[in-house]
Ligand binder design. Structure first.
Ligand SMILES: *[C@@H]1O[C@H](CO)[C@@H](O)[C@H](O)[C@H]1NC(C)=O
Ligand SMILES: *[C@@H]1O[C@H](CO)[C@@H](O)[C@H](O)[C@H]1NC(C)=O
Ligand SMILES: *[C@@H]1O[C@H](CO)[C@@H](O)[C@H](O)[C@H]1NC(C)=O
Length: 338
């Protein structure tokens, strides 16, 4: 049995409501209401000041310190406007002229992580070659291992194969809204790992993120969609008019941040068990602004059009979860209020 790839779970509110294990969620800001969230959301209390958090540790493995190239694999039926949103988000990571709070400001927290030599995570993240797999080469239901076979097909295609770039490449498998991936919706919205030479021929860091719009928006597209069984909870308007894709952005951000700091799952993570590493984005899942934690997303921004977001990128706005800052020991993001 191979170890399971680190999973990106649904936002913590849902985790707690569904009674699935402890949420990897933490109230990051100085506690202004000492007892309130603890008593309401017992799950988050477990981690407060606990060693798991203090001990986010570097385990001596490599991190992505040179220009990162993201190779998208579009699996299934993707519309051009959907691809635009995702491409522009990825290019926004190193677009330094976006209006603050910006996606490049968000990446600054990721850049705080270094390897043994003291080199920081690369500031440059760009899109490389792309592959379309529009006829579902491995069917409409993928397992964790068949995800690797999809990547194998993309890097060994007879026409325009993706380049092999184990040092600074990130292979991003994006599945359309009619594709099921093992554990998807069962509180899993994405994962990252590295490919096995026995399947792909190389060790390549990769991530999978699915479009949940049809299968389970209430689980993976929160807060742009809410589960039916919670009365009174209202969805917020998504910034690019595509609930499924706008929600994928935060999961893609989560996976890229973790791939950069823990590409071979032997670099930056908390917890004693490398089979279940708690990584820099896991620690801040569901937190999009100041005060976030427990079931609260934190303070976000509202556009004139009523859309909810928390950062600007190239021509667009995005809602992206924060990531853990190991220098101050809490989650940080560009839209933090002083
Ligand atoms: C928090 O709980 C402690 C002990 O349970 C209590 O003494 C204190 O007054 C509480 N603080 C608030 C603000 O409720
Ligand atoms: C990294 O990218 C920058 C521009 O984004 C470029 O100037 C530089 O040469 C690249 N470095 C390497 C090693 O490819
Ligand atoms: C590199 O990482 C160190 C240690 O976290 C940090 O102090 C420094 O500001 C980082 N440099 C950049 C350019 O982010």
């Amino acid at each position: 049995m191979s170890p399971a790839p680190p999973l990106t779970a649904a936002p913590p509110l849902l985790l707690l409501l569904l009674l699935i294990g402890p949420a990897t969620c933490y109230r990051p800001w100085p506690n202004t209401k000492p007892n309130s969230t603890n008593s309401l959301y017992g799950g988050s209390k477990k981690y407060e000041g606990s060693s798991e958090f203090v001990h986010l540790k570097y385990h001596m493995g490599p991190v992505l310190t040179s220009n990162i190239t993201v190779y998208p694999i579009w699996y299934g039926a993707w519309r051009t406007p959907q691809k635009h949103i995702i491409r522009e988000f990825i290019e926004s990571i190193s677009a330094f002229d976006s209006k603050p709070p910006s996606v490049s400001g968000w990446w600054k927290t990721v850049r705080l992580y270094t390897d043994q030599t003291g080199s920081n995570i690369s500031r440059a993240v760009h899109i490389g070659e792309e592959k379309n797999d529009r006829f579902y080469s491995h069917g409409k239901s993928l397992t964790r291992l068949s995800v690797q076979s999809v990547i194998k097909s993309a890097v060994s295609a007879s026409t325009r194969p993706l380049p092999i770039n184990p040092k600074s490449g990130v292979y991003l498998l994006l599945t359309s809204d009619d594709v099921y991936v093992q554990d998807f919706c069962n509180n899993v919205c994405g994962f990252h790992y590295f490919t096995f030479p026995s399947i792909v021929g190389y060790t390549l860091p990769y991530a999978w993120v699915g479009n949940s719009a049809k299968l389970c928006p209430g689980v993976c597209a929160y807060p742009f969609a809410v589960p039916d069984y919670i009365p009174g909870l209202k969805a917020v308007k998504s910034p690019n008019d595509d609930v499924g894709v706008d929600a994928m952005i935060s999961v893609i951000a989560h996976e890229i941040a973790e791939l950069a700091t823990n590409p071979l799952v032997n670099a930056w993570y908390a917890g004693g068990d490398p089979v279940f590493p708690v990584e820099i984005a896991d620690l801040c899942e569901g937190i999009y602004g100041t005060g976030g934690g427990g079931s609260y997303t934190g303070q976000m921004l509202n556009g004139k059009d009523g859309a909810t977001y928390n950062m600007n990128g190239i021509r667009r706005r995005f809602l992206v979860q924060w990531v853990w800052n190991h220098l101050v020991n809490y989650c940080t993001g560009p839209n933090a209020l002083d």
